[in-house]
Design a binder for this molecule. Structure first.
Ligand code: F6P
Length: 341
């Protein structure tokens, strides 16, 4: 059998560990051959391939990014996209496709499965917002990077007695903000799931100064004030209709400074959260996902996605995995009330 592999959407640490797990077990245990598709769905859509075998996966375990390349190409938005993908899979004699991606990339995989393509999905995203899996790989690395940044901001904030705001990624989910904010001892954590009140934020900031420390405010890029809208980077949308977020951190620092008279500065962490070597946990999880994905192919269990439930890797229907995003529940957020201010 010949198996195609692609990585789609925003890259994330651990993608190479999945590819290595898939290929190592696929070749050594099942004697499969592989075709790598370049740049997400652009590969099968345009017939862009690259060789994929044991030599190509040597040494890639600790490397960030993806050796296959990635893109936000959406074949469902291209005329005859599904037909073109199917023709290319046939041309390269690909019997099954392993699709490593987030809700958008896996949504396309689900549609292709409905159109007769043999697909198995692997969940990835630093945002950890994929339903049906307890964690996605990439998230742990992003949280560690953001936590280290917060640790560093504490010492400079205290030297200058400034408010330091740190804006983190996560799109419409507050997982990165909440986990890194708690791990880094932030005094204010603002997430998209709960609109924030500026008076409350300023009260927390002032309280922190009163006990002689400088406040650290962690804000998720998708967070919104009670009155107001999400701050967008610009007007553009990607092929899946997503807006580009970022700007809330600057807005917040400006508001805090104007209302409290305390100097406030912003750090936007941006793509630093996605780059570089994966954490040990992400390498472990990504490797397990890779091994289980190739097992699912071997079992002919198509239309499924591998997922983490507790400490077990299970298979769930792709359609369930992409039906809605996983967000932070209010009860979890309020567990940490005691640390605010
Ligand atoms: O989904 C991952 C993510 O990093 C989000 O947190 C962020 O909003 C988005 O991708 C940024 O996308 P881009 O790759 O276009 O910079």
């Amino acid at each position: 059998m010949r198996i195609g592999v692609l990585t789609g959407g925003g890259d994330c640490p651990g993608l190479n560990a999945v590819i290595r797990g898939v290929v190592r077990k696929g070749v050594e245990v099942y004697e499969y051959e592989f075709t790598g598709f370049r740049d997400g769905w652009r590969g099968p859509l345009e017939g862009a391939t690259l060789p994929l075998g044991i030599p190509e996966v040597r040494g890639i375990l600790p490397r960030g990014g993806t050796v296959l390349g990635s893109s936000r190409t959406n074949p469902l938005k291209v005329a005859d996209g599904i037909r073109k993908v199917k023709e290319n899979l046939e041309k390269y004699q690909v019997d099954a496709l392993i699709v490593i991606g987030g809700e958008d990339t896996l949504g396309v995989a689900a549609t292709l499965h409905d159109n007769g393509v043999n697909v198995v999905g692997v969940p990835k995203t630093i945002d950890n917002d994929l339903n049906a899996t307890d964690y996605t790989f990439g998230f742990d690395t992003a949280v560690n990077i953001a936590t280290e940044a917060i640790d560093r901001l504490h010492t400079t904030a205290e030297s200058h007695r400034r408010v330091l705001v740190i804006e983190v990624m996560g799109r419409h989910a507050g997982w990165i903000a909440l986990h890194s904010g708690i791990a880094g001892g932030a005094n204010v954590i603002l997430i998209p799931e709960q609109r924030f009140d500026m008076d409350q934020v300023c009260a927390w900031v002032e309280q922190r100064f009163r006990i002689n420390y400088a406040p650290i405010v962690v804000v998720a890029e998708g967070a919104m004030p009670v009155e107001g809208q999400m701050v967008l980077k610009d007007d553009t949308r990607d092929a899946f209709g997503h807006v580009r977020l970022s700007g809330i951190g600057e807005w917040l620092a400006h508001e805090i400074e104007a209302r409290t008279g305390k100097e406030a500065r912003t750090t936007v962490l941006g793509h630093i959260q996605r780059g570089g070597t994966p954490s040990a946990f992400d390498r472990w999880l990504a490797t397990r996902f890779g091994l289980h994905a190739i097992d699912a192919v071997h079992d002919g269990d198509y239309g499924t996605m591998v997922a983490l439930r507790g400490t077990d890797i299970v298979r769930v229907p792709l359609a369930d995995a992409t039906a809605r995003i996983k967000t932070v529940e209010p009860a979890l957020y309020s567990e940490f009330d005691v640390f605010f201010g």
